[in-house]
Write a protein that binds this ligand. Structure first.
Ligand SMILES: *Cc1c(COP(=O)(O)O)cnc(C)c1O
Length: 358
């Protein structure tokens, strides 16, 4: 880090970004990685590299952080909101297949809260229909599907190093791909349309400016060295909750699926409608105990932000799993400094609510 401050300038201005990109690509086992300001820009870059534009459709889960879908709108394309799998909370080939049309250009598979969808089936579907598969791995660094790391399976993948994520550079993101054609296209787009090695200040097209600073990259390198430790810590925190799950009857935590190594970005509690627990009231109760929980993401198709989207109403009428799970789920505290005693306090506060509920 100190070296980045003292030496990462002038002719060394890209030194730490290049090192970080190389280390990240090696970690993932893919040939190409680009460090970026955020995962949002990485998702945007994915669509730009594919040339997605007006008239195109991109399939995205209805329940995810808005950043998974916003870049589709930036490009004037149409987000098609797919329902979630009730167990993994991610997309499944069954939820996606009926939504594919001749206009579909890409599927964005989001590894929600660290879990992973059945990537083989999604990969097959995308290949057979000639559609790009993008992995939004913002919440899943270190997760594995059949021993393949999250982000190493799709045509492209995106990662976030936002402060809330398992690995952080304050703000930041990474875009990765196995495809040289997409990488070479992305290099030009993310650098104001400058062709690498081309004449100076002689831009070939109007592009974007999407770069990470050397200071962030130095931080990223240090975080990446500790990635196994950070993921192990997340899994430890989840295990503390899991060991107490029997004390919350009728409620369940993130699924631990065969073939998936879950990095458990956020331990998440869901319950059946019949339990009669109101999500917003439970959040208010936890907040009154100074415990910071979060609502399970709301379906994007239900948000004011997407009401003008042509596919929002169809999604609201169709995606009942998304609606059911989202309205009966909260994320539990999972900061890397959390202690087992604090987990005990959270579980006690949850039990208190279930007991005092009228
Ligand atoms: C955090 C997150 C993003 C966006 O990451 P930024 O680095 O904040 O742009 C995208 N997708 C998902 C699923 C996320 O959780």
């Amino acid at each position: 880090m100190l070296e980045a401050v003292t030496h990462g300038w002038y002719e060394n201005a890209n030194l730490f970004q290049s090192r970080f990109e190389k280390a990240f690509a090696d970690y993932l086992g893919v040939p190409f990685a680009l460090s970026l300001p955020s995962c949002t820009s990485a998702l945007h870059l994915s669509l730009l590299a594919l040339g997605v534009g007006p008239g195109d459709e991109v399939i995205v889960p209805d329940v995810t952080w808005i950043a998974s879908a916003a870049p589709i709108v930036y490009q004037g394309a149409t987000p098609v909101f797919a329902d979630m799998d009730p167990v993994s909370w991610c997309l499944s080939a069954e939820t996606v297949a009926p939504l594919v049309t001749p206009r579909t250009r890409a599927i964005i598979a989001v590894h929600l809260y660290g879990n992973m969808p059945q990537m083989n089936a999604l990969r097959e579907l995308a290949t057979s229909r000639n559609i790009a598969l993008i992995e939004d791995a913002a919440q899943a660094i270190g997760s594995r599907y059949q021993d393949q790391l999250a982000g190493s399976i799709g045509d492209m993948a995106t990662f976030s190093f936002h402060g809330s994520k398992t690995m952080t550079t304050g703000e930041g993101g990474m875009w990765t791909t196995r495809r040289r054609d997409l990488y070479e296209r992305a290099l030009v787009i993310r650098d104001h349309g400058r062709v690498p090695g081309g004449k100076q200040f002689y831009n070939a097209e109007v592009g974007h400016k999407m770069k990470m600073s050397g200071l962030q990259a130095a931080l990223g390198l240090a975080q990446l060295e500790r990635i196994d430790e950070l993921v192990a810590r997340k899994r430890q925190i989840f295990a503390w909750y899991q060991a107490r799950a029997h004390r919350l009857p009728g409620m369940a935590l993130n699924a631990d699926l065969p073939g998936v190594y879950n990095s458990y970005w956020m331990p998440t509690l869901v319950w059946g409608d019949e339990l009669g627990v109101d999500k917003e009231r439970l959040l208010a109760h936890m907040s009154s105990r100074q415990i910071d929980c979060r609502p399970f993401f709301y379906p994007l198709s239900s948000l004011p932000a997407f009401q003008e989207e042509p596919q929002a109403e169809a999604a609201r009428n169709r995606n009942w799993v998304s609606r059911a799970v989202s309205s009966c789920g909260i994320n539990l505290p999972s900061g890397l400094t959390l202690s087992e005693d604090q987990v005990e306090t959270v579980v006690a506060a949850l039990r208190e609510f279930v007991a005092i509920r009228p």
